[in-house]
Design a protein. Structure first.
Lengths: 769, 189
């Protein structure tokens, strides 16, 4: 691994180069400081939700629909159970609205009369002894009148059976640039392809869970494993019909999330809180692995069709893209996932004429939800796989085809957003080719493969990932974050952004320590508790370092300015002097706190109707290269080596940044080659770690991580987003390498040995004829 | 908390005696209760985590008589007289174990939920083979799933702990030496 810091960068797009240069001379930002909560995790004393016990606590469980769609005819309770020991909650017990607030209020908190997927919650039980719950759940008999159910994008778009709204259509977007229709006549080549991706399970190692307490006096308090305390807060309010000061949500240490704890925790929180209200006891609901796998959200399956016109030189003339996702039974986040898929579907390429039609369809699967990349991995898989099919059709090297079509500074992308920040795709690609020895290896494998049982190949993926919320999203979020100094002299970062492994605590503390000019160890994160911290937006969309980091940075500058003006803080100062200044400020003015709101970078204009303008404040860019070996006897595909070159702005913490990239690549390898959700009548059949297979320590290749650093002026100390980017590239790079190794175009993931066998056998059969 | 009192009064359960982190403990628990639950509920040692409950993820790994076991698959009756070590027993006199130090320095822990089990698997490896190569490290950790790190930084942390334990200076996270060794052995497998 190597880091290269570009000391100077193209001055063309920068007016504040001097200010930026000053911000780059850092002590703590860019250093591999110890993870803030690291010692607690390593000693086993970090407190996750299942480690927590409340006085008089009961345990909760969920009775779920066993069928994909139907009307509930009756619910009966088997007399072998003494039901007087249990608290029982149905939809009738909900004091407020029976819905889980997200974008559209279509999903009930508890089924009321009908069910739309196999895991829909119908009834909740609580008991002091958790071991009594399993039997009790089995003793609740629900009779249904089944209704026809649908499970594929194709069944949903046929609209023979309508399962959602008037037409099954959860959301649609149309994005247009130039004039696609007139381009086909001018094309030297037209290349078409269809690409599919499957569902993927987050497989955070800590299952989802919550503890809830209720009292008439203080309302609802919830502790849990979650990403977004204020999402849960907003979901609890309407269900309990309580004012803001009667709802409190506290994140406990969270054992992985990857988007899986963005939306689903709202459901468990409401369920646990309803049981707490009914039983009069604190209630813990922690899913076991089988329930978590079966019932919680997954990555949206997708189907993407490309039709592409190219000129004689292999330059893109027109792209027509039809992108469809399976959204599952309720709308949840499908519209925003589809939005990000749409905005990433044309890749990092310059093309004058573009039309993207995107649709998300309802089915009777569990609702799909947020998962690292949020639609981009699906769209980028299709685009980057398609680029290699274009390269093959035109007999151009895949790397060369990309060079010819990359976006550069001054170009506009699909939404006609002008690239005003540096774009160094050519440099990233060249570095990837050089580090991986791409050309020499391709030539070597082309010579060796015909006589070899193991066929090797090299594959590339080039891509960007938009950082932060789409379009005007960050303006609507209007995040508030900052810093305070408690009367005990504790300096705290105030933000609702949560730690779930990715390094929020460490990175935001680094930013604050750097800005305030005091020690990293002298600053702590305030508890992620809606009773304490302001709403700095959700911890999603690769926004924390860039967006919230910048707010914290500004809040620190604001605090220093106050102390200089009102508490005689000198131009230079020691930590002791800083704290003394805080105390003198407190004595004269009350509390020492500095909060700032999000400020959009200038020139961000977004038209939500036309899907036109500045889709993202910043883009992270990457080129990934995979070396893959396909065994033509066992039909296993093994990623032998992997190179990841990216530009993510300033790297705040080099070890954690590399860890994000490596972890994302491992998850991407699983997405490409291992992880298959097997559906049986709408239910996940392989909901066990025994048969839903993720990469192990034996399966990951060496991963070479390279950062080119071009600080982004409007990000926290120059940071852009990093968390999601590494999941975008591995699947297309790996399948392109398999294309290179075998000559066969595999256009669907996951690609398991049986799929490889089918594809290779079919090709051999064709050749034999 | 009155957990368990209604159904299986612990007074009626057989007493089982075993050592945990060097200390003799006697618990009254149903014989088929999982060691994982005894550690977490009866002994309040919550460092040991449940990830899957079926022996696949390794999060509940503890050492039992010098062997690495999934504590979710061990009924407590089997630990009578046994010597159990959990993550809480890794630190010595409040000082982090070299593996814990290396995990901290090299980014071996992210969300932390697999970390206690991963540390126990690594400790088991180093006790059996003080100088493992990358092939042995990968094999020893293959029963412990981590979804955050992609394992790379865990391999580096274990390699660094080996180096530091020898009294040699710990290798940095990106030394060419560990990287080279990793690549060599990977291609060889």
């Amino acid at each position: 691994m190597a880091f290269s810091l570009r000391k100077s960068h193209p001055a063309r797009s920068w007016s504040g180069a001097l200010e930026l240069a000053n911000r780059l001379k850092t002590r703590i930002v860019g250093a591999a400081v110890p993870r803030k909560e690291g010692v607690d995790k390593l000693m086993g004393r970090a407190c996750y939700i299942d480690d927590m016990v409340r006085e008089g606590m009961w345990h909760g469980a969920t009775v779920r629909s066993g069928i994909p769609r139907g009307l509930i005819r009756s619910i009966t309770f088997d007399s072998r159970i003494d039901w007087s020991e249990f608290a029982i909650v149905t939809a009738a017990d909900i004091p407020g609205e029976n819905c889980i607030q997200l974008i559209v209020a279509d999903q009930p908190c508890l089924a009321d009369g009908k069910v739309n997927h196999c895991e829909e919650a119908i009834l909740l039980l609580a008991h002091p002894d958790k071991h009594k719950l399993r039997d009790a759940v089995g003793a609740v008999k629900v009779e249904y009148e089944p209704l026809p159910a649908i499970f594929t994008i194709e069944e949903s778009e046929q609209q023979d059976v309508i399962v959602w709204g008037a037409d099954n259509l959860l959301k649609t977007f149309l994005l247009e640039k130039g004039d696609v229709d007139s381009a086909w006549a001018r094309a030297a080549h037209i290349v078409e392809g269809e690409y599919r991706t499957g569902a993927q399970e987050h497989l955070y190692i800590e299952n989802q869970g919550m503890i809830a307490e209720y009292s008439a006096k203080s309302g609802v308090t919830v502790w849990g494993s979650l990403q977004c305390p204020y999402y849960v807060f907003k979901a609890l309010r309407p269900v309990f019909d309580l004012p803001e000061d009667k709802i409190r949500v506290i994140q406990t240490e969270t054992g992985g999330a990857f988007g899986g704890k963005e939306d689903y925790p709202s459901i468990i929180a409401c369920h646990a809180a309803l049981l707490a209200m009914k039983s009069g006891h604190p209630v813990k609901m922690v899913y076991d692995r089988m329930e978590d796998l079966a019932a919680t959200t997954k990555r949206h399956p997708s189907r993407v069709r490309h039709r592409t016109a190219l000129d004689r030189d292999g330059k893109l003339l027109a792209m027509e893209i039809d992108l469809a996702t399976d959204g599952g039974a309720y709308a949840t986040l499908s519209s925003t996932v589809l939005s990000r898929a749409t905005l990433h579907s044309t890749g990092p390429y310059l093309c004058p004429n573009i039309r993207v039609r995107a649709t998300s369809w309802a089915t009777n699967h569990i609702p799909y939800g947020a998962f690292r990349g949020f639609g981009a991995p699906q769209a980028i898989f299709a685009m980057e796989r398609h680029m290699d099919e274009i390269a093959a059709a035109l007999a151009i090297d895949p790397a060369e085809l990309r060079h010819r079509n990359f976006l550069h500074v001054g170009d506009t992308n699909a939404t006609e957003q002008e690239m005003r920040e540096p774009v160094i795709l050519d440099q990233l690609l060249d570095r990837g080719l050089k580090e991986s020895d791409y050309h020499a290896k391709r030539a070597q494998y082309a010579r060796e493969n015909p006589a070899s049982r193991v066929k090797r190949g090299m594959g590339i993926a080039a891509f960007y990932h938009g950082s932060g919320f789409t379009g005007s999203g960050e303006v609507y979020l209007n995040s508030l974050a900052g810093i305070d100094v408690t009367p005990e002299g504790k300096v705290r970062v105030l933000a609702s952004n949560t730690e779930f492994g990715q390094g929020t605590n460490t990175v935001l503390t680094q930013v604050a320590a750097e800005s305030l000019g005091i020690d990293y160890a002298a600053i702590s994160m305030a508890s992620p508790d809606t009773g304490i911290v302001p709403n700095s937006g959700p911890t999603v969309a690769s926004r924390t370092s860039m967006v919230v980091g910048r707010i914290i940075e500004r809040a620190c500058s604001q605090l220093l300015a106050l102390l200089r003006e009102h508490a005689r803080l000198g131009a230079t100062y020691t930590q002791k002097e800083f704290l003394a200044a805080c105390e003198s400020y407190r004595a004269a003015h009350g509390e020492v706190v500095s909060l700032c709101r999000y400020e959009a970078p200038p020139g961000i204009v977004w038209d939500d109707q036309k899907y036109h303008g500045e889709a993202y404040g910043a883009y992270a860019w990457a080129v990934y290269v995979a070396q893959v070996a396909v065994d033509t006897v066992t039909y296993s595909a093994e990623v032998e080596d992997f190179w990841a070159v990216q530009e993510v702005g300033r790297v705040i913490h080099p070890v954690m940044a590399a860890g994000q990239v490596e972890g994302g690549i491992a998850q991407g390898i699983g997405y490409a080659l291992y992880e298959k959700v097997v559906w049986q009548d709408g239910r996940m059949a392989n909901n066990q770690m025994t048969n839903y297979i993720m990469p192990t320590a034996q399966d990951v290749p060496p991963i070479h991580v390279y950062f080119e650093q071009i600080p982004f002026r409007y990000g926290g100390f120059g940071a852009k987003g990093i968390g999601e980017l590494p999941h975008d590239g591995p699947a297309p790079a790996i399948l392109n390498a398999i294309r290179d190794a075998t000559g066969v175009a595999f256009n669907a993931i996951p690609l398991l040995p049986e799929d490889l066998y089918a594809g290779l056998a079919a090709t051999e059969e064709m050749a034999a004829r | 908390m009155n957990k368990g009192k209604r159904t299986t009064p612990s007074e009626r359960c057989p007493a089982i005696s075993f050592k945990v982190n060097g200390e003799t403990r006697i618990v009254k628990a149903p014989p088929m209760k999982r060691l994982l639950d005894v550690l977490r509920e009866d002994l309040h040692l919550t460092g040991t985590k449940e990830g899957c409950g079926e022996g696949e993820c390794g999060s509940c790994s503890v050492r039992m008589n010098g062997e690495l076991v999934n504590s979710c698959l061990v009924p407590v009756l089997q630990v009578e007289g046994a010597d159990i070590q959990t993550v809480e027993g890794l630190t010595l006199h409040g000082e982090l174990h070299p593996l814990q130090k290396a995990f901290l320095e090299h980014g071996g822990a992210q969300c932390g939920i697999c970390t206690p089990g991963m540390l126990m698997a690594a400790a088991q490896l180093l006790e059996q083979n003080p100088h493992p190569g990358i092939v042995q490290i990968r094999e020893a950790l293959a029963g412990n799933l981590c979804r955050c790190t992609g394992f790379i930084r865990i391999f580096e942390a274990v390699a660094a702990a080996i180096a530091s334990d020898d009294g040699r200076p710990a290798t940095g996270p990106n030394t060419e030496q560990t990287r080279h060794a990793q690549e060599q052995t990977h291609h060889a497998r």
